[in-house]
Design a protein around this ligand. Structure first.
Ligand SMILES: Cc1ncc(COP(=O)(O)O)c(C=O)c1O
Length: 368
């Protein structure tokens, strides 16, 4: 097959006229900041997830940070899975907490409840469970071994039915390469009113929103300029420009997820048997099969020569200097060297999928 001219990206957002029109409306409305679009997005998102409250924020990372701050923890230990994006393990450090990285299960690469039980500490009060590539962690098993607050990192789960409801709160990501991208942005969802109110207050220095104050002064017309502040807050709220894109992406979500699952099925059906299939994902945030370890890096280089971008989700967190741990990770060490993410996103066309399958299979055929 002829080598293509343009690189095929591994991940990427897909938008069009609908997003452009939605942005135009916000820009022309004269209200660009946090306003009616954010309110509409929060309401629709809470409904989709089945949580009572949704608070739109600048990113999933800031959502996690806000939850840690709103819960008022002091000097705690935070349990994290070894395989995740660096945010999950670094945010506890922003707050002066320790990060306690535990091993993952070989099949799903989600946090291993058995390892949580072995390595939890007396001050382990928060556990962050990541639904890797949209595959849910085992929340029932986690509840049995961990009595503290469980934060469900749903950055890859938008949207898997039931996602977010396994923990005490969930954080979602709308970063540029996620399944429902807004360019950036995140959402906290929970049924805990006290936590939701506190997080909302903290999204803007403890000040109530200018949008709600622009709607009148307790029944009187005009702008309610005054506000009270009684806690230390941050600047983590989503703006209408982002919410407008997210709302359009939300409408397209069923169709986008259907196509991602189509890519997953074609790869599963047609890739060489040397490639170990990943567990089924409803969102297919990325398609990460496993290959025999000596082939992983060679395959990455081979595919790059064919203009196919790949990635690795993820390098174990304990390998990064600020997150070093003093223990062994037998499962993670065996599995992560076999991981390779192949292109999977809504910009792909059918012949892009053909192209990836052809070159991955050719690599393995040429080995024999
Ligand atoms: C598992 C996981 N958690 C959290 C994040 C952080 O999301 P955000 O970029 O919205 O802060 C990411 C981003 O890639 C992620 O993959």
């Amino acid at each position: 097959m002829k080598i293509r001219e343009k690189m095929l990206p591994v991940l990427g957002p897909q938008g069009g006229e609908e997003e452009i029109q939605a942005l135009r409306e916000v820009i022309e409305s004269g209200w660009w900041g946090k306003g009616p679009k954010v309110a509409e997005f929060e309401e629709k998102f809470a409904q989709m997830v089945g949580h009572k409250y949704a608070i739109a924020v600048t990113s999933a990372s800031h959502g996690q940070d806000l939850i840690m701050k709103a819960l008022g923890f002091k000097d705690i230990d935070v349990i994290n899975p070894a395989i995740s994006f660096i945010a999950t393990a670094m945010i506890p450090l922003w707050n002066g907490f320790t990060t306690n990285i535990v091993d993952v299960k070989a099949d799903t690469l989600c946090i291993d409840p058995g390892d949580v039980d072995r390595y939890k500490k007396p001050n382990s009060e928060l556990l962050i469970a990541v639904n890797e590539a949209g595959v849910p962690a085992d929340y029932d098993a986690l509840r049995k071994v961990f009595g503290g607050f469980i934060l469900e990192d749903t950055a890859h789960s938008c949207y898997t039915p039931g996602a977010g409801l396994g923990g005490d709160a969930a954080v979602w990501s709308f970063q540029a390469v996620k399944t429902m991208p807004g360019g950036d942005g995140g959402m906290i969802t929970t049924d805990d009113k006290q936590l939701a109110d506190r997080c909302r207050e903290m999204t803007w220095f403890g000040v109530s929103s200018t949008w709600s104050r622009s709607q009148g002064r307790s029944g009187k017309p005009g702008y309610a300029w005054d506000y009270e502040v009684d806690l230390v807050g941050y600047k983590y709220y989503m703006i209408d420009i982002i919410a407008a894109i997210c709302l359009e992406q939300m409408k397209k979500l069923p169709e986008h997820l259907k196509f991602r699952r189509h890519i997953q099925k074609r790869y599963n059906d047609e890739l060489n048997p040397m490639i170990e299939r990943p567990p089924h994902s409803e969102t297919v945030q990325y398609y990460a099969p496993r290959v025999p370890a000596p082939h992983r890096d060679r395959l990455i280089d081979y595919l790059a020569d064919k203009k196919i971008h790949t990635s690795v989700h993820f390098k174990p967190l304990y390998k990064y200097t600020p997150l070093k741990q003093n223990r062994e990770y037998p499962v993670c060490e065996t599995e992560w060297v076999r991981l390779i993410s192949l292109p999977c996103h809504n910009r792909m066309k059918e012949d892009d999928i053909d192209y990836v399958i052809y070159w991955v299979n050719k690599y393995f055929e040429d080995q024999i």
